[in-house]
Design a protein around this ligand. Structure first.
Ligand code: 13P
Length: 257
């Protein structure tokens, strides 16, 4: 692969200030693995504190509202998270789509707002177990991703710098059972072809595609050896520096994609 592997921890709704020591440990370890780009997306409440202390890792958010501001009680805008120190935002995670009813159109509006605020985005996609069992996973993910991404003419020129895709099959999230390397290879190949189609051969080939869903230190190396895997979006195993950096270490071994 041509770009540095990108290993992102999604802390979900885990973490109080007591977790800052873990973020510090991740930051220190990341300084020893410069071949890997390491980042964490903590809850909103920890973004600024981690941003202030981190020397190596980037900090991001797990969502943002699509509007710039206004009467939206409880919501946080892209500009606000950027102001707190976030460099990126995860959008369209299946937990947002399922638990908050986020549609593709809403996710797309959030992406446009985040890009306008100068953030990088990690756009999530992934099918349910039922969709996979019915043999429609590829068609579903293509349609979901196409409908969730801003059109090429609304993207910044440096698409590959600002956009990352995360393929996270819902059935693999938090279950301890990652997708097989064959399934990952098939879907990442499909996503790569879609990106080339949407954004052209140069930018489309450079956008990193992360795999997410039960990535652990002991299965990471096999996943990173799959063509078109540019890193991982990690949930549970990102909550301790030991396991998260075990995954980053697997990504720092030379692997060709
Ligand atoms: P787990 O790594 O806990 O399966 O979660 C994956 C995920 O949803 C990351 O966004």
């Amino acid at each position: 692969m041509t770009r540095r592997p990108y290993i992102v921890g999604n802390w979900k709704m885990h973490g109080t200030r007591a977790m800052l020591s873990e973020a510090r440990a991740i930051d220190r370890a990341a300084q020893r693995h410069m071949k890997v780009e390491v980042a964490i997306a903590p809850p909103y409440t920890l973004i600024h504190a981690i941003h202030r202390e981190a020397e190596q890792i980037a900090v991001g958010a797990q969502d943002c509202h699509q509007a710039d501001g206004g009467a939206h009680t409880g919501d946080v805008s892209a500009a606000m998270i950027a102001d707190a120190g976030a460099k990126f935002v995860i959008l369209g995670h299946s937990e947002r789509r399922q638990m908050h009813g986020e549609s593709d159109a809403l996710v797309r509006a959030k992406a446009e707002s985040a890009l306008a605020a100068g953030l990088r985005i990690i756009m999530c996609c992934g099918e349910s177990a039922e969709t996979r069992e019915s043999g429609k996973a590829v068609a579903f993910v293509k349609r979901q991703l196409k409908a969730s991404l801003p059109p090429a003419d609304a993207m910044p020129a440096d698409v590959a710098e600002r956009l990352t895709i995360a393929y996270e099959p819902i059935w693999a999230i938090g279950t301890g059972t990652a997708a097989t390397t064959d399934d990952i290879a098939e879907m990442h190949g499909v996503i790569r072809a879609l990106l080339v189609d949407l954004f052209g051969p140069e930018q489309g080939a450079e956008v990193r595609i992360l795999y997410g869903g039960s990535v652990k230190p002991d299965n990471a190396a096999a996943i990173f050896a799959v063509p078109d895997v540019g890193g991982a979006l990690v949930g549970g195993a990102s909550l301790t520096a030991d396991s998260f950096m075990g995954i980053a270490l697997a990504a720092s071994e030379p692997f060709e994609n």
